[in-house]
Write a protein that binds this ligand. Structure first.
Ligand SMILES: Nc1ncnc2c1ncn2[C@@H]1O[C@H](COP(=O)(O)OP(=O)(O)OP(=O)(O)O)[C@@H](O)[C@H]1O
Length: 303
């Protein structure tokens, strides 16, 4: 049984099609990345998964339970870390987590609450009022809140947007551990190096449609070989090299170009052509392709 089964989900906001027949099957134990540029539909999809928003068509099930017709069973299997920070400012961290436990009918949950607070480095803030916490601390509580009922499926909507390196590391360590212990994790993020490091499989959304779905490794393999990034001090990229440009937007007038190369042997002829064309190189680097390159290519509609 899939952890999350999304079948032909559609969502319209007036004339805007935010989700266009999205189908995804996320298996139990996966660490799954949902990627896409601003406005692609990620948050809309997550809020439908969480039962906070209704699809116009299609279905979503969590471990077999429909999020609309079997809401309570679906919701109890799901922990959602939303993008926005919304709290009652008058409660302490511990009270907030106890209340959330109560919502799921859990009375004596302090042992697990203590454990979550420990892993998220919140223990010394347990009795602090929510309103006294910094934004990053509030975000930790948001994560803790999503986990109070030990949900088998955890969905994180941009949990590291604007948070410091320390929280990112604390958070990923904990989430990776939960994943190793068998929890399914679905993540949206704009930090593609994070997605690359953590997710075994990735879906890319663009304008409400799934435009790529594969293992992270296979997506990266789609970009064969390496990339030569050259920055020109003067001159222009000769026409003969333009077909090698991996990121078409760079042809719109920049001085930096990312060129596809199979291996080191390709580099010297490229440099020769640049010199013949009168270009002067300011800087160059040979890089392995990564998820960000794949993302840019797919979003540019090249592949
Ligand atoms: N309540 C709403 N009313 C009208 N349009 C909406 C509403 N919520 C979202 N949209 C639109 O639906 C589209 C998808 O938005 P969504 O927030 O799901 O994108 P996203 O991929 O999460 O973007 P981001 O990366 O910026 O968070 C956008 O064009 C957005 O403007």
């Amino acid at each position: 049984m899939a952890a999350i089964q999304i079948t032909n989900v559609e969502k319209n906001y007036q004339s805007l099609r935010a989700l266009d027949r999205v189908s995804l099957s996320i298996e139990q134990g996966e660490f799954f990345g949902l990627l896409g540029p601003n406005g692609a539909g990620k948050t809309t999809l997550i809020s439908i998964i969480a039962g906070l928003n209704r699809a116009d068509a299609g279905t979503v099930t969590i471990e077999g339970h429909d999020v609309v017709t079997d809401y309570r069973a679906a919701r109890s299997r799901l922990g959602v870390v939303p993008q926005e920070l919304v709290f009652d400012p008058f409660f302490s961290v511990r009270e907030t987590l106890r209340m959330q436990s109560g919502y799921f009918g859990l009375k004596n949950n302090d042992k697990w609450i203590d454990e979550i607070m420990h892993h998220l480095d919140l223990t010394n803030k347990a009795d602090a009022n929510m309103r006294s916490l910094s934004g990053g601390m509030k975000r930790r509580v948001l994560v803790a809140q999503a986990l109070v009922h030990k949900p088998p499926v955890i969905v994180l909507d941009e949990p590291t947007a604007g948070v410091d390196v320390e929280l990112r590391q604390t958070l990923w360590k904990f989430v990776a551990r939960l994943n190793r212990e068998g929890h399914t994790v679905v993540l949206t993020t704009h930090y593609l190096e994070e997605a690359q490091a953590l997710c075994n499989r990735v879906a890319m959304l663009k304008a409400g449609r799934v435009v790529a779905l594969d293992t992270t490794a296979k997506l990266i393999q789609r970009i064969s070989g390496s990339q030569l990034v050259v920055r020109l001090a003067s001159g222009q990229l000769p026409d003969s090299l333009k077909p090698l440009v991996a990121i078409p937007d760079q042809l719109l007038g920049g001085t930096q170009f990312t060129l596809r190369v199979a291996d080191y042997n390709d580099v010297e002829p490229i440099l020769a052509r640049l010199r013949e064309g009168g270009a002067v190189i300011e800087d160059m680097q040979l890089q392995q392709a990564d998820l960000e390159d794949v993302f840019l290519q797919i979003m540019d509609g090249e592949k």
